[in-house]
Design a protein around this ligand. Structure first.
Ligand code: CU
Ligand code: ZN
Length: 172
């Protein structure tokens, strides 16, 4: 009787843990870097069975195309330079990770966002092979960077120019 109860409790517990792993969600508060910049946005991150799902909505961007990446460090200091390079746990070249995968593009290579004349842009992308919070390739504590110019997918980092907005990824 005691044994049966213990096993039932164990089964419930492991189901609960699996649900928690997939339910992990995170946010990033994205803010303009330059003094007086009005750029702002929110990103939401979610672990799913097919990868890390990222959605974001940004406003007050200069209209046009801007590189958008997950960078290595959760630090927006030094005009965004403290965020370091693109998150690249597999030593891959620069690319578009949703198309090429984490072994052929930096895991943080989300490509570009396009702001309309109203300065608004949205993101909806899934990156297979990395996670928000579990396993060795987690983006918790890293940072989103929005660039001044478009990512042209050239090496080594897409030639997207300066960093105009930054947001640190945190578990919610
Ligand atoms: Cu970048
Ligand atoms: Zn890259």
């Amino acid at each position: 009787m005691k044994m049966k109860q213990w096993m039932a409790a164990g089964a419930v517990m492991s189901l609960g843990m699996a649900a928690t792993a997939w339910a992990a969600s995170g946010i990033a508060d994205i803010k303009g870097i330059a003094p007086g910049s009005k750029i702002e946005g929110k990103a939401a991150l979610q672990d799913t069975p097919s990868g890390l799902h990222v959605t974001a909505a940004l406003s007050n961007l200069p209209p046009g195309v801007h590189g958008f990446h997950i960078h290595e460090n959760g630090n927006c200091g030094d005009n965004g330079k403290a965020a370091g390079g693109h998150y690249n746990p597999f030593g891959a070249p620069h690319g578009l990770v949703m198309k090429a995968g984490v072994h052929h593009a930096h895991a943080g290579d989300l490509g570009n966002i396009t702001a309309g004349p109203d300065g608004k842009a949205t993101v909806d992308a899934t990156i297979p092979g990395i996670t928000l919070s579990s396993g060795p390739y987690s983006v918790d504590g890293r940072a989103f960077i929005v660039h001044e110019k478009a990512d042209d997918f050239s090496q080594p980092a897409g030639n997207a120019g300066g960093r105009i907005a930054c947001g640190i990824i945190k578990l919610q």
